[in-house]
Design a binder for this molecule. Structure first.
Ligand code: S3P
Length: 171
């Protein structure tokens, strides 16, 4: 298979961890868009948001998506907000199978409650912010080719499930 696999999904669904393992199993190159942006700017995502704001971050994210869209045989773990720009999805779709990792509110709350590197969830009232963002984002995640429920599954199980699902749609 020559296509890329792009992982999308809300913050905390495990895109990076699952993506790394998936790339290993498939012999693909692993790319994490947030990591790449941090490498290229020499700043953390948190610093980029703080110093330049979300709009600026979204521009960097979009430029990177354009850049990596010519690659092949990569697993691309995206940031949770990549879906907000429909152009990003159109570009990814050209060469990637889009896999959405899904998780429920309670599971995400547990995973995200101690996070301090996610600017959109920083500050008070994590529960409220999380609920609001999940609701706002719901419709944006409906652009995937494959949906995988992540709650309480191991990384090994998840990657096997993704590979099987990809094989099914490739037939
Ligand atoms: C964001 C998700 C983050 C990161 C940034 C914005 C979002 O990535 O890109 O903080 O808008 O959902 P993760 O999904 O890897 O946490």
């Amino acid at each position: 298979m020559d296509a890329n696999i792009a992982l999308i999904g809300f913050m905390g669904t495990g895109k990076t961890t699952v993506g790394k393992e998936l790339a290993k199993k498939l012999g693909f190159t692993f790319i994490d868009t947030d990591e790449k942006i941090e490498e290229e700017t020499g700043l953390t995502i948190k610093d980029i948001f703080q110093k330049y704001g979300e709009k600026y971050f979204r521009r960097l994210e979009h430029n990177l998506i354009k850049d990596i869209s010519r690659y092949r045989r990569c697993v691309i773990s995206t940031g949770g907000g990549v879906v907000l720009n429909i152009e990003n999805i159109k570009i990814l779709r050209q060469r990637s199978i889009i896999v959405c990792l899904e998780a429920g509110y309670q599971y995400l709350l547990n995973r995200l409650k101690d996070t301090d590197n996610r600017p959109l969830l920083a500050g008070e009232n994590l529960e409220e912010r999380l609920l609001r963002l999940l609701k706002e984002r719901e419709k944006f995640y409906k652009c995937a080719d494959i949906y995988i429920k992540t709650n309480n599954k191991t990384v090994n199980d998840l990657t096997d499930e993704i590979i099987k699902a990809i094989e099914r749609i490739k037939i």
